[in-house]
Design a protein around this ligand. Structure first.
Ligand code: ATR
Length: 283
């Protein structure tokens, strides 16, 4: 059976094998998709071993997306500009092709939710690998992006990476707190910081939160993330965590490997309503 895997550390709680099992069932494609917990200093060797042992493709997750970018022979534009790779495929000529499906997956989910138009003004919180990976698809769609990050230089780096495609703004947190900048109306606020993982919320002023703003957290957990709870407590009605994006980015990876796009709508509904019990799946 064709072998695929997700590489990360930690990887125990990854939902990717379940999602890919559902895609395989839906499309009738036979694939074996496993989790590989990679020692922090052993990423490139693990990938080489996997491909030597017959692996055909892989998803790459935290903290290896920037390292994955460096080992690829060929890059899609999405991967090239974001300098991060979340999906790898071995080509017929045995080259490593790197793609990044996070941004296109997020864009698809934002469209599913009716959160986005090509004219949306987006406030992007965070400037780590997660933020870097989603910018390309959003600006290609036409959106304007302003990045705010705890460390200003990291936001400036992202602006630089994409300068040949579209001008992205970046602000210091103190500027966002400043009255003048609060006049800007953002349509969507995306939390791409890892603050939710620590039970924390990014430092943004309340004045940014308008009742009609759409708030999206790339992260997810049982129940709302701390950022989404904070948004709701200040009157935001339209919120979403990153489960839809997780499923959509997986679908684009599946498409890269097999040339077939799974129907994600049903799977997202099943997931959100917890219609199936993840524990009933064995790998
Ligand atoms: P990843 O590659 O998964 O995005 P990362 O590179 O560690 O992870 O980046 C995490 C992002 O979350 C960064 O933008 C980080 O801000 P800094 O660039 O200042 O480090 C941001 N971040 C992490 N914890 C945060 C917190 N408690 N409040 C605000 N921002 C936070």
């Amino acid at each position: 059976m064709k072998l695929f895997a997700v590489f990360g550390n930690p990887i125990k709680h990854s939902k990717s094998p379940v999602i890919h099992k559902l895609f395989a069932k839906q499309t009738g494609i036979l694939q074996n998709y496993i989790k590989i917990n990679v020692p922090i200093n052993n990423f490139s060797q693990s990938i080489i071993n996997f491909f030597q042992n017959g692996g055909l493709g892989a998803n790459i997750t935290v903290p290896f997306k920037k390292e994955a970018y460096k080992i690829c022979d060929i890059l899609t534009n999405r991967a090239k500009y974001s300098r991060t790779v979340n999906t790898i495929k071995i080509t017929n000529s045995k080259k490593i092709l790197g793609d990044n499906t996070d941004g296109i997956g997020l864009l698809k989910d934002l469209k599913n939710l009716n959160f986005i138009t090509s004219k949306s003004n987006i406030l992007l919180l965070g400037a780590g690998g997660a933020a870097q990976g989603i910018v390309y698809s959003l600006i290609k769609f036409g959106c304007n992006i302003t990045i705010v990050n705890r460390t200003y230089q990291h936001a400036k780096n992202i602006v630089q990476y994409f300068k040949n495609i579209k001008k992205i703004n970046c602000l210091k947190i103190e500027h966002l707190l400043n009255h003048l900048f609060n006049q800007i109306n953002y349509d969507i606020i995306i939390n791409a910081t890892s603050s939710s993982m620590k039970g924390d919320i990014p430092n943004i002023p309340l004045s940014i939160i308008k009742p009609n703003v759409f708030c999206y957290d790339l992260f997810y957990e049982n129940g709302n993330t701390p950022f989404l709870k904070w948004c709701v407590s200040h009157g935001v009605k339209n919120i979403s965590d990153g489960i839809g994006m997780l499923i959509e980015q997986a679908a684009y990876a599946f498409y890269l490997w097999h040339g077939i796009m799974p129907d994600t709508k049903k799977i997202i509904i099943q997931y959100k309503k917890k219609i199936f019990d993840i524990n009933h799946f064995s790998f």
